[in-house]
Design a protein around this ligand. Structure first.
Ligand SMILES: [Zn+2]
Length: 290
């Protein structure tokens, strides 16, 4: 425990700690006194606890990796001034095009927490970006960063091959269904690529890490099956001339995990996929209205 926060060691090099909000995970790869952080904290206290933890290990923070430009993943870097930030190349467009949304979302959450800043939140700018893949030195380790769009256009995953450790961004959670807030086809392709990796430790952006082979397989299988069923039902509905509302009704009968918590994301998925597959939408629907 550091400042009330728990740090769990998952592999020889990878530690994870969780924020209360959305059970958001932050990662720490420690090697040769160098700490490489992943989405390090939402609240300042969480980021500071990570800094303290790294210090206690006798290490120094050298790099911060941001998995994608959603507001709950990008608050950490301001607590680590001067540390290089790595992100996907399209993260730059995401923070440029959504700067005001991000500021509104951060301000909304901070108001709930009773915090107020002197000036609005500025999304962190990356020092190093890449398109498809990047081999990133992390102490004595090499981390593979891979573009993994579908949930977000700029989402990346981090893979440490020798340990089979995959940091999966906002995918493969036991709490959430896939949130298709970017593109279904990209999400399907991303999961099909990840299914080819040897994964022995799986860390989702939100929820509980998995280390049992059966659990890792199940998460991949269930999320791919969900996307396949959604595609099939929506495509058939469009083919039959169904309206958006009729399609939502049809797809409400699908089975998916934690239906009470995921009703709204599922509905938004249906609406977004309806538009993606060529259905007629008159007003912004699905994840566009978030
Ligand atoms: Zn996200």
């Amino acid at each position: 425990m550091t400042g009330g926060q728990t740090f769990t060691q998952l592999t020889t090099y990878l530690w994870v700690t969780q924020s209360d909000l959305y059970q958001t995970n932050s990662g720490i790869f420690l090697s040769d006194d160098a700490a490489t952080l992943i989405d390090p904290g939402i609240a300042p206290a969480a980021s500071q606890a990570i800094a303290q933890f790294v210090h206690k290990q006798g290490a120094k923070v050298t790099t911060i990796i941001l998995t994608h430009g959603h507001w709950d993943h990008i608050l950490g870097p301001e607590q680590f001034p001067g540390v290089q930030v790595v992100a996907h190349a399209s993260y730059r467009e995401v923070i440029r095009d959504h700067r005001e949304d991000l500021q509104r979302q951060v301000a909304g959450w901070e108001m709930e927490c009773g915090r107020q800043r002197a000036t609005p939140f500025e999304p962190p700018h990356p020092d190093l970006v890449f398109e498809e893949r990047l081999a990133l030195p992390a102490g004595a380790l090499t981390l593979q960063l891979r573009h993994a769009p579908g949930h977000a256009p700029d989402q990346i995953v981090i893979y440490h091959a020798p340990d089979g450790a995959l940091w999966a961004g906002d995918m493969l959670s036991e709490l959430e269904i896939p949130f298709i807030s970017h593109n279904l086809a990209a999400y399907e392709e991303t999961l099909s690529q990840l299914a080819q990796l040897e994964i022995r430790t799986l860390v989702p952006g939100h929820g509980t890490p998995a280390q049992e082979p059966a659990e890792i397989d199940a998460r991949l299988r269930e999320d791919r099956a969900y996307l396949a069923e959604l595609r099939a039902l929506v495509a058939a509905a469009i083919q039959a001339g169904a309206s958006l509302n009729e399609t939502v009704t049809t797809c409400a009968k699908m089975n998916y995990r934690h239906p009470e918590a995921n009703t709204l994301p599922h509905r938004w998925n249906v609406e977004s996929v309806y538009a993606e597959l060529g259905g007629e939408c008159t007003s912004p629907s699905g994840w566009e209205q978030e």
